[in-house]
Design a protein. Structure first.
Length: 231
């Protein structure tokens, strides 16, 4: 993970007069918490986070409003890393099944490299407190919504997939990937193919319901303005 790049970006985002002196240490703690979760799991303690961040344990929450605040920032950090891994696959041209399989392969690859962080992110994103934030355009789901909108948008139709449908898809993908991380009862290629097929069934049904004729052989080209063309 390119931690320095993420920290620099996050610091700029938080550079207000009130918090500018706290931002570097705050981001340092977020990175430390993510690393601790990656190594030890979501049940990591404050002492382990403080040790990794190089601060005294009582100082951890001087930089956050609460434990939930810290966890939300770790969620943002993890989602940013996953988005960077998956985004290139979302911008490819090709048939819908091929595009979807590329996206799932990228997500599975990232999860395999960061299993505990992926588990943390999936579990945290299912809570009521973060559900609304999860639908924001800075989250992985937001990236999927943007990509799906482009793939369902043509010169004759302007379509935005319902957030509820996309949230359900993400829940299915999360569950499938986490099951595989826990059991490894399929090869990596097999789990990617299976989950991608399930996603395509849902997306294909959604497209049909919207009156879009998209089949397994339709090739989609996504333009820079996010307008798509099926051929």
């Amino acid at each position: 993970m390119d931690l320095a790049k993420w920290v620099d970006t996050a610091v700029v985002r938080r550079s207000t007069a009130h918090e500018s002196h706290r931002a570097p240490r705050r981001e340092q703690i977020v990175v430390a918490a993510a690393a601790a979760i990656e190594e030890c799991g979501a049940g990591v303690g404050t002492a382990q986070i403080a040790d990794r961040a190089g601060v005294a344990r009582p100082h951890v929450y001087r930089h956050f409003d609460s434990k939930d605040d810290l966890e939300s920032e770790v969620l943002r950090f993890a989602a940013t890393q996953l988005i960077e891994a998956v985004r290139p696959a979302m911008r490819q041209s090709g048939t819908a099944p091929v595009i979807i399989e590329g996206v799932i392969a990228a997500a599975v690859g990232w999860a395999e490299e960061h299993p505990n962080l992926y588990r943390f992110m999936a579990a945290r994103q299912q809570t009521k407190a973060t559900h609304r934030a999860r639908l924001g355009r800075t989250r992985f789901l937001g990236e999927v919504v943007v990509a799906a909108s482009a793939y369902l948008r043509t010169s004759e139709a302007q379509v935005d997939p319902p957030d509820g449908v996309m949230a359900g898809l993400m829940g299915m993908v999360d569950a499938g990937i986490i099951w595989w991380l826990d059991h490894h009862d399929e090869s990596r290629d097999e789990v990617v193919t299976r989950i991608a097929h399930q996603v395509w069934l849902v997306m294909g049904d959604l497209a049909q319901g919207l009156g879009l004729a998209i089949d397994d052989d339709s090739v989609l080209t996504v333009h820079d303005d996010r307008r798509s063309e099926w051929t």
